[in-house]
Design a protein around this ligand. Sequence first.
Ligand code: BG6
Length: 490
Amino acid sequence: MNLKQKIRYKINPFNIVIFGGDGDLSKRKIVPALFHRYAAKQLNVDFNIYCISRSSNDEEQFKTVLREFIVKTNHKGSKEKATDEFLKHVKLLQIKKNSDAFYADLKNSLDENAERQRVFYFSVPSSAFSEICGTLRSSGLVNDSSKVVLEKPLGHDLKSSQSINAIISSTFKEKQIFRIDHYLGKETVQNIMVLRFANHLFERAWNAENIENIQITVSESLGVEKRAGYYDNTGALLDMIQNHLLQLLCLIAMEPPASLNPDSVRNEKVKVLQSLRLFKPSTIKGNVVRGQYTRGANGNEKLNSYLEDIEKYNSETESFVAIKAYIDNWRWKNVPIYLRTGKRMKKRYSDIVINFKELPHNIFPDSEHRLRNKLIIRLQPEERIELVQLSKIPGPGGYRFKPISLKLDFIDSFKDPMPRAYERLIIDIIRGNQTLFMRHDELEAAWNWIESISAFWNKEIPLSLYESGTWGPGDEILEKNTKWETKDSK
Ligand code: BG6
């Protein structure tokens, strides 16, 4: 048995029902992810994918569109035969006005292979959850091995997220619920756990005694694109910080879990979220910045302002947020943790920078550099880990030195293309492994902290405008001697 076979745990036959099955996410991510696992021969079991549509029953046309998306996301060139075979497993079902009849038909289809596990994927706004859950339940479609997958946003505050949870839990038990955050499916994000808990070197230094600050940045060069309606009601705080950046923070800051068991990992993550220092009206100023992009340029390309992109005269919605956060526990006492995300910034990249403390004594008086190390975990677009250390510049002239990176580029070390986030997550769902999915108490703790910001930032924090194609605002929240780490930083 070779290594690849060894690491592929068995998966059981399944049917996946995607509500919003002809929507953007389904066509771009969910179905192509299933295809890629199929082409990698991981789905060598019986399965069907039922894509539920409100508007169409033209399966041929739908498959033509799916084929285009599959080709677009194909790492290894054309796999026409595999695509043809795969698409035989895909069915488009139009939900009719009389939804009882529709669900009865769906039940008949699923009952043809009653032994297969059922995954219900809710790729629809949470306002539709109640009706879907109610009908799934009353039609007898949910059994003990069924699973439900929920996409964000799960609410807009703690209260609405609790009501969504109540609706879902009226039909599914917590062990059947998979709250997806696609950042947790990224290989480089999962590698944070390995970096920390499979290497002796870093964990010893991973604390307030040795670390000066941590910066987590998700910088996007694109604007709101075609999602103006959704985005203008959401903003960067809820779209990115509440989920993706907080999940990254959890993995960076959590205590070593006792095992990889889903609850061991999630117990540690929830403790981080519960230890985040809540903001008060008096502390939010100087620690939180929100911004919105104006017109700008990227080389010769002229870039619109946010208001032009959303086609409105006025909006207070932020496309950028920077926060200086603290985790009130022993390990992280008084270590500033900077979270920063924005759209239409200078470059697209995401990384986590751990800035270690300066050495206690400098024996190189002429040095223009601060004597400290930096660990950069670059999540995208290149996947790499860099340890920045100071090295002597060879030659006479005393001790002149410069920062040099020890680099581990994933692309050089691992030749196979990395599976995309949704591939890993969907396979975990089918296998029933919840480690990479949020538990309801994690979500509540995240909302609790986010509310301490969103509740009064409109009053306390004016919107800072930043030019498209720049690194955005936010210098005022930095500690003395600290600068934002950017992709251009040395
Ligand atoms: C999504 C947000 O969850 O993540 C988008 O809704 C954002 O606004 C996207 O662009 C970023 O994901 P990635 O994987 O491209 O960094």
